[in-house]
Design a protein. Sequence first.
Length: 433
Amino acid sequence: MTALKEKLAAKITAVGAEVTSLLAEKGENKIGDVTVAQAYGGMRGVKALVTETSALDPMEGIRFRGHTITDLQRHLPRAEGSRQPRPEGLFYLLLTGEMPTPEDVDAISAAWRETERLPDHVPAVLDSLPIDAHPMTQFSAGILAMQTDSIFARRYREGMRKTEYWDAMYDDVMVLLGRLPLLAAYIYRRTFKNGEHIPPAEKGLDWGANLAHMLGMDHPDFKELMRLYLVLHADHEGGNVSAHATHLVGSALSDPYLSLSAGMNGLAGPLHGLANQEVMRWIVAVKEKLGGGVPTQDQLIDFLWETLNSGRVIPGYGHGVLRTTDPRYMAQRRFAQEHLPEDENFRIADMLFDLVPSILKEHGKAKNPWPNVDAHSGCLLVHYGLAEYDFYTVLFGVSRAMGVMASLVWDRGLLLPLERPKSVTTDWVRENA
């Protein structure tokens, strides 16, 4: 058993005992009330899930095991010469609740690199799809195709004990996370680069930098961007669609391949992860309509009002929970200010940051007029040459897998049951609410 798995076993035992105690002491206490509007409105704000890895405060933003993004950038181990944390370190933090040492992160990197091989049938599955199949369709299909290697599914058929569920889940998760960058890069090179694939680096590159290498983006600053991107998008508590879908499917004791594929299908929706590509399309539309280049402030204000008055939204602004500027947006903005301050797309994004909130407030229909993470990521990727917008959500998915997979290990460690909420009919609401 590895050091990380030994640490996790001890923590699962301790937290499991605490949960048992809390259920005995407070199991009948209420943690929230549900209104009719919430029942019809997508259960928005209903406190009904427990997720250990992160929490989202409407006014302060995301906390990863209690740590802010600034904390992560300051304290997580970095690659040599890098100013950004290594994503492997965030996975360790999400899984254990402890800041890792450089040696801890090296061990995860080594474990993931050991599994860095796609089963022979997976490229065959992908290559059987039309070349114009959306990259997220290919990503989900590739994850499902790898399910034939599931350790959890095999051990469940062999009759493993419930107390061993987390152990098998952990082993699957470590294999799956090691393979995801290779899967993502295969899809990118197949779809956009004539199938001219780039093998993983032989040694020395961390998870994020190796993904950049396999994409064909070896610029040192792009490797820095990948480290930042993979950290920022990894987790956003348990109620978002990708996290909740993964948890829900996993609660049926589906293995992580089946569960993650479900989560990625949710991430592919325009109201979730697909929004990042819509932002870049909107910025390009601004430039095309206004004659190219960076518009004046007055031109941009007119375009914003035209967008709103036509009944459309300004993509990248607003969030289901946040009521302030997304700290993930600010981290990307600081990166752009340092690395690409004169980039056209960044200058437009920067102008939008100054203009959109006040316009949305005047418009009066936005509960949250502030930018979210999707408002910025596209212009960073385009700057370094990754201009295929449809691929952006796959990068999001590689990152989000760290958070939802860490949560899935804990779901099985705490023996959380099948999720099965009670529904009612409109007739019942009319008669009883």
